[in-house]
Structures are given as structure tokens and as C-alpha cells.
Write a protein that binds this ligand. Structure first.
Ligand code: ADP
Ligand code: MG
Length: 351
């Protein structure tokens, strides 16, 4: 790595880390987990063109890069503490437009094109990095997360965070813990992110205010970290909704070897969907839309009142959407009690 890259790390990615024994700057960070807790560890990678558009706002991208990882901590009931960031940055030649910045020409190869010449001609986009790290650290600070290391390299824009959280050993919320008879709950609303994406892709046309509301969820999701920790000792199982309700609830059902009955009219649809759209689109966004980063969890019926109180305390809607049953499979009922026909079950990267 060149000196200038050390300089970038120092300028953009080195903040105080009082919660770590050793943070950025050595060959590895050193962490001490609190007595009685175990470490919850998870990685999530965001790839340009797959998870975000190349011209995505860098501040919001910094937020989202950390948010999707915080969401995994929430889904485990863990308190997020530390993160590492591995980042591949494209070359930039001089001061170009943001489009050219993210689709840079390759550096010259062959004779005369030694490392130092390349360094001179191609630098990283510092304004982009400043915005990205500002978005990342704003959310990190909100949740008390410290950036304790990472890797910085050149290549097509690629962002990978590994997050470390703490949770009392027996209270981690696993996918495998659901019990027959559990109520199934969902936080917040479903379908906003899918609606915003459909609008951006030209598949639907939202009004400006509708799009603004949905786009906030797509670009700046709020990970349900406080909810996740509050569910310790209450929820039997939990998952965050990144690939769509049916796909993610399906992971709980598979891990727990159980089934579910859902009631479609009970699902907490995005306010934008209410009364505006034809049923098939609404169904698809609510049941299979990804990227909402809400939590889906199951809890004993006896916890119902406690969860209603928790929703009021957190100022976050919690909606009971169905129940866990012994018979495998997931059936969604419409208002008349008939099974809803479900075509698209969720986002599959290799599907
Ligand atoms: P090494 O060569 O030993 O892997 P590096 O030169 O890659 O170390 O990184 C130097 C230090 O900077 C290490 O402590 C590493 O964890 C940290 N670091 C590198 N990139 C980042 C980044 N994007 N964000 C935070 N810390 C980083
Ligand atoms: Mg390294």
C-alpha cells in the first residue's frame, strides 16, 4: 500500500476507539468482550451495480453500508460495538464528473507506467470519501459503534463491513428458536424500499411526496437495534427482512422446522401502498420486497401485551401478522380466508 493510502485511512477512517484495547493502526485490533457476553459477528458486502447504483449519494451509501450490518446485530438481539471496513475504491483521473469517477478508465499499463506515475495520474475521489465516511460515522456514533480496522485497496467500488456485537450467551435471538403457537410479528412497515426501487426502475410512477417517503427507507434504512435488544428474553426467534418477508420468514421456518399462517390484511403495508395500487403490485412489495430492514420475530402469545407496550415505548409499530404452526409451509390468507397466490417469493442473488 502506498503512503497516500495510509494518509486516506488516517484522514477518513481513524476516529477515537475508547471501547477497544487497540483500534486502527496496527496489524490487528484488540477487543475485550464484557463478562458473561459472547461476540456476535457478521459481514455484509455492498457491490456497485448490484446493491446500489454507481452514482448513489456517498453520504447515504456510508449510512447504508453500516445500517445493513447493524440490522444483523438487531436480528440477533446483540448490542453492536465495533466494525471493520474493507473498501475497494476506483481510480479517478483529475476532476471528473461523478459518472466518470465511478466508471474510470483503467490506469496505463506497460512501459513508463510505473507505480509513482500511476499515483500521480490517478487518485481516489477525496470528496466522495469525505461524504461516505461522514455518513458512515454519523450512524456509527448514533449506535456507539467504533471503527477498529479494515482494508483499503483499489478496484471497482465495493464496500464490506464486518460488525462485532455483544449479547448475553443464552439470549441471542436465533432463527431456529420458533415454537408452534408463537405469534409472528413485524416491525415498522413493509414495501417502501421495493416501491422506491420500482419507481427508480421506471416500473411504476410515484408522486414526489410518495417517492420521497419510500426513497428514505431504500437509501437510509433505520436498523432496529433498540428493538432487537429489547426482544431478549421475549422473542423465541428473529430475522431481519433484507430479501422480503416471505423469504426471510421462510428462513425462520426452515431453521425451526415449522410452518406459518399469515393474514394478508393484517400485514403493515407501506402507507404509500394503501388504496393506491393494484393488488398484485401491493402483494409483491409487501410479501417479497427486499431492503426494508425491519425485524420479523416470533414470541409466545403470553408476551402479546408486553410487545404492545414495547411498541409504544419505542415509538415503533409492532404488528402481529400470523402464527407459527406445526405443519411445514407458509400460507397467506386473504380477507375471505382463501390462500393468496404468491408468485415471487423474494430476492435471490443467484436465482
Ligand atoms: P496490513 O498491511 O497490516 O493489513 P493495512 O496497511 O492494510 O495493514 O492497514 C493499516 C491499518 O489501517 C490497519 O490497522 C487496518 O486495520 C487499518 N485500515 C485499513 N483500511 C481501513 C479502513 N478503510 N477503515 C478503517 N481502518 C482501516
Ligand atoms: Mg491490510
Amino acid at each position: 500500500m502506498s503512503t497516500s493510502e495510509f494518509d486516506l485511512i488516517r484522514r477518513f477512517f481513524t476516529h477515537a476507539t475508547p471501547g477497544a484495547l487497540l483500534g486502527v493502526g496496527d496489524d490487528a485490533a484488540l477487543l475485550q468482550v464484557s463478562e458473561g457476553n459472547v461476540l456476535a459477528v457478521s459481514s455484509d458486502m455492498l457491490v456497485s451495480g448490484t446493491h446500489f447504483l454507481p452514482d448513489a449519494d456517498p453520504f447515504l451509501l456510508g449510512h447504508k453500508t453500516l445500517a445493513v450490518n447493524l440490522s444483523d446485530m438487531a436480528a440477533m438481539g446483540a448490542a453492536p460495538r465495533w466494525a471493520t471496513l474493507a473498501i475497494a475504491l476506483p481510480f479517478v483521473q483529475g476532476k471528473e464528473t461523478s459518472h466518470e469517477r465511478l466508471h474510470p478508465n483503467p490506469p496505463p499499463e506497460g512501459e513508463g507506467a510505473n507505480e509513482s506515475l500511476r499515483e500521480l495520474m490517478f487518485t481516489v475521489d477525496e470528496e466522495w470519501l469525505a461524504q461516505f465516511s461522514a455518513g458512515f460515522f454519523a450512524l456509527a456514533q448514533q449506535h456507539g459503534v467504533e471503527l477498529i480496522g479494515g482494508d483499503t485497496t483499489r478496484g471497482p467500488l465495493n464496500l464490506c463491513v464486518t460488525i462485532f456485537g455483544e449479547v448475553p450467551a443464552r439470549q441471542a435471538l436465533r432463527r431456529s428458536g420458533a415454537q408452534a403457537g408463537d405469534e409472528i410479528w413485524v416491525s415498522g412497515h413493509l414495501g417502501d424500499a421495493a416501491l422506491a426501487l420500482a419507481h427508480l426502475q421506471g416500473r411504476i410512477k410515484l408522486s414526489d411526496t410518495e417517492f420521497a417517503a419510500c426513497a428514505t427507507v431504500l437509501h437510509q434504512p433505520q436498523p432496529r437495534v433498540a428493538l432487537g435488544q429489547a426482544l431478549r428474553g421475549i422473542a423465541n426467534s428473529a430475522i431481519d427482512i433484507s430479501d422480503g418477508l416471505l423469504a426471510d420468514l421462510g428462513h425462520i421456518l426452515d431453521a425451526s422446522q415449522l410452518g406459518a399462517q399469515l393474514y394478508f390484511p393484517a400485514l403493515p403495508a407501506s402507507p404509500v401502498l394503501r388504496g393506491h395500487y393494484s393488488l398484485p403490485l401491493a402483494r409483491q412489495c409487501i410479501l417479497s420486497g427486499g431492503d426494508d430492514y425491519e425485524l420479523c420475530f416470533t414470541a409466545p402469545v403470553a408476551c402479546h401485551a408486553e410487545l404492545t407496550d414495547l411498541a409504544a415505548r419505542l415509538g415503533l409499530p409492532l404488528t402481529r401478522i400470523g402464527e407459527i404452526v406445526a405443519k411445514r409451509g407458509c400460507i397467506v390468507h386473504d380477507a375471505a380466508g382463501n390462500p393468496v397466490n404468491i408468485e415471487v417469493r423474494g430476492y435471490a442473488h443467484f436465482g
